[in-house]
Design a protein around this ligand. Structure first.
Ligand SMILES: [Zn+2]
Length: 158
């Protein structure tokens, strides 16, 4: 029996589009921390950080958004497989920080005041080496609360 005309056609080549695109994956984790500079007095820490220097810790529901930039691959249409990016973010940050005390339990944060600003700098360093080329890490954005967030665009942006 002859095949229908449509199945005899040669597969068509896809049309690649060119342009730099930014794509973002969001992940969540919950952590305890304390803002405290041990080189300063208790009075200085209380004045600087208020409740955030409470010696009995406090927690946040952090939201981490990581943006990559690149030109979509002409074969896949992807800059990066977002499932792979999720696995990278979990290995580099979430698995190490979720349900942990950021001051005491996370080796790459040792002796760092875990402010949102310092966390985006530290997270960039953890994530950047694992981004598959040719995609580039563009932004690490961390929400400490729905209203407060910090962003880091890498060492080349001053
Ligand atoms: Zn806090």
């Amino acid at each position: 029996m002859p095949k229908p005309a449509s199945s005899r056609k040669k597969p068509r080549a896809v049309r690649a589009l060119s342009g730099t695109v930014f794509i973002t994956r969001q992940v969540h984790f919950n952590s305890a921390h304390r803002l405290h500079n041990p080189a300063k007095s208790q009075a200085w820490n209380r004045k600087q950080y208020g409740l955030c220097t409470n010696p009995h810790w406090h927690g946040h529901n952090y939201v981490l958004e990581v943006t990559l930039r690149g030109v979509p691959d002409p074969v896949t249409g992807y800059i990066v497989d977002l499932g792979e990016l999720k696995r990278i973010l979990h290995r580099a940050v979430v698995d190490k920080c979720d349900h942990r005390n950021l001051n005491d339990e996370v080796p790459f944060l040792k002796n760092i005041i875990p402010s949102t600003e310092n966390l985006v700098l530290a997270f960039w360093a953890q994530i950047a080496p694992h981004i598959p080329r040719p995609a580039r890490l563009h932004c690490v954005r961390l929400y400490e609360t729905p209203r407060n967030f910090a962003e880091y665009f890498g060492p080349d942006v001053v």
